[in-house]
Design a protein around this ligand. Structure first.
Ligand code: NAD
Length: 305
C-alpha cells in the first residue's frame, strides 16, 4: 500500500488549530486499501475475507457493525456476518472462532465488544489466531508492538499514527501525554508513540495532578470517555491534540473528551469529534484485514532508541 502523506505542514500556524481531518484521511486509507486489493485480485488473488461476529442486540454495537460492513464493501473486502443471540454460550462462540481460524477464505476475525457479561473477553480475543487478529486485541499483537516487532496493530492507536503521519507530523522527540490506559486505546497508544520515538507519559484515573502532565504535552492524546476532565487552559500553546473520546450529550450530540472550541484556540492541531479518530479506527480495520491477507504491508521504520 502506498504511504499516505500530505506533506510537512506543521510550520503553518494560524490563530486556530488546524483540523486533523479523520473523515478525509480515512477515505484516503480506504481508497488505498481498495486499490491494493483490486490489484491483488487483478493478478489472480482472492479478495480478503473478514468475519464479523456480533453477539446480542446492543444498539451502539449494531451501529458500529453495520458501519464496518459498509466499509468492507468500499474496500473490496468480503464480509461474512455472524449475528448471534445474547445468550450464546461462551463455548459456542469459541467453537465458531476455531472454525473461522481454520477457514482459508477468512483472513480476519472481528468480535464486536463489549461482550455479554457471561462471556470472558480475554478468552475470546486470545482465541482468535494472531494472524487473523485484525482488531489487534490479542496478547500476542500488543506484546509484539511492545517489543518493536509490530504485526497486526490495535486499530485506534494505529489510526491515530496514520492521521498524524498524513499531516506530516513527526512525533520523534516529542513529549506525548496519553490520558487513559485501557487495553484497546491508552496502552497500545503509548506503545505506538514510543515505537516512533516520542517520550511518553501515560496517565489514568490514579494519576496525581493530571493538569501538570497535560500542561507539558507537545502531543496530547485523550481517551477517557468523560467530557469535562481536560480543561482547555491546560493545553500547551501550539500542542497537537488528538481526542479519542466519544460521548453523547443529553441532547444526543456526539462530543469528545476535549472542549473543542476553546482547545482550538490554543492548539496547533486538533482532531474533531465526530470526524476525527472514529473514522480512522474503521479505516485501519480495513487496512489490517488487507495486510492479514498478505496484501502490501506498510510499517513505520524502527527508531534508533
Ligand atoms: P475505558 O473506560 O476502558 O478506559 C478509560 C481510561 O480513562 C482508563 O484507563 C481510566 O483510568 C482513564 N480515566 C478515567 N477517569 C480518569 C481521570 N479522571 N483522569 C485520567 N484518566 C482517567 O475506555 P476506552 O475503551 O479506552 O475508551 C475511551 C474513550 O474513547 C471512550 O469515550 C470510547 O468511546 C472512546 N473510543 C473511541 C474510539 C474511536 O475510534 N474514536 C475507539 C475506542 C474507544
Amino acid at each position: 500500500m502506498r504511504e499516505i502523506i500530505k506533506g510537512d505542514v506543521l510550520s503553518k500556524r494560524s490563530e486556530h488549530a488546524r483540523i486533523l481531518d479523520g473523515a478525509e484521511v480515512s477515505d484516503a486509507v480506504i481508497a488505498s486499501v481498495r486499490q491494493s486489493i483490486d490489484e491483488h485480485v487483478g493478478h489472480g488473488g482472492r479478495r480478503p475475507g473478514l468475519a464479523v461476529i456480533l453477539i446480542g442486540s446492543d444498539p451502539a454495537s449494531a451501529i458500529y457493525v453495520r458501519a464496518k460492513r459498509r466499509d468492507c464493501e468500499k474496500a473490496g473486502i468480503t464480509a461474512r456476518d455472524f449475528d448471534l443471540p445474547a445468550q450464546t454460550p461462551e463455548a459456542e462462540l469459541l467453537q465458531l472462532i476455531d472454525q473461522l481460524n481454520d477457514d482459508p477464505d477468512i483472513d480476519g476475525i472481528l468480535v464486536q465488544l463489549p461482550l455479554p457479561s457471561h462471556i470472558n473477553e480475554p478468552a475470546v480475543t486470545n482465541r482468535i489466531r494472531a494472524e487473523k487478529d485484525v482488531d489487534g486485541f490479542h496478547a500476542f499483537s500488543v506484546g509484539s508492538l511492545a517489543l518493536r516487532q509490530p504485526g497486526l496493530r490495535p486499530c485506534t492507536p494505529r489510526g491515530v499514527m496514520t492521521l498524524l503521519n498524513y499531516y506530516g507530523i513527526k512525533v520523534i522527540g516529542m513529549h506525548a501525554v496519553v490520558v487513559g490506559a485501557s487495553n484497546i486505546v491508552g496502552r497500545p497508544m503509548t506503545l505506538e508513540l514510543l515505537y516512533m520515538g516520542a517520550t511518553v507519559t501515560t496517565t489514568h484515573k490514579f494519576t496525581r495532578d493530571l493538569e501538570a502532565h497535560v500542561r507539558m504535552a507537545d502531543l496530547l492524546v485523550v481517551a477517557i470517555g468523560k467530557p469535562g476532565i481536560i480543561q482547555a487552559e491546560w493545553i500547551k500553546p501550539g500542542a497537537i491534540v488528538v481526542d479519542v473520546g466519544i460521548n453523547r450529550t443529553d441532547a444526543g450530540k456526539l462530543i469528545g473528551d476535549v472542549p473543542f472550541s476553546e482547545a482550538r484556540k490554543r492548539a496547533a492541531w486538533i482532531s474533531p469529534v465526530p470526524g476525527g479518530v472514529g473514522p480512522m479506527t474503521r479505516a485501519t480495520l480495513m487496512q489490517n484485514t488487507a495486510e492479514a491477507a498478505g496484501i502490501s504491508v506498510s510499517r513505520p521504520s524502527l527508531p534508533a532508541e
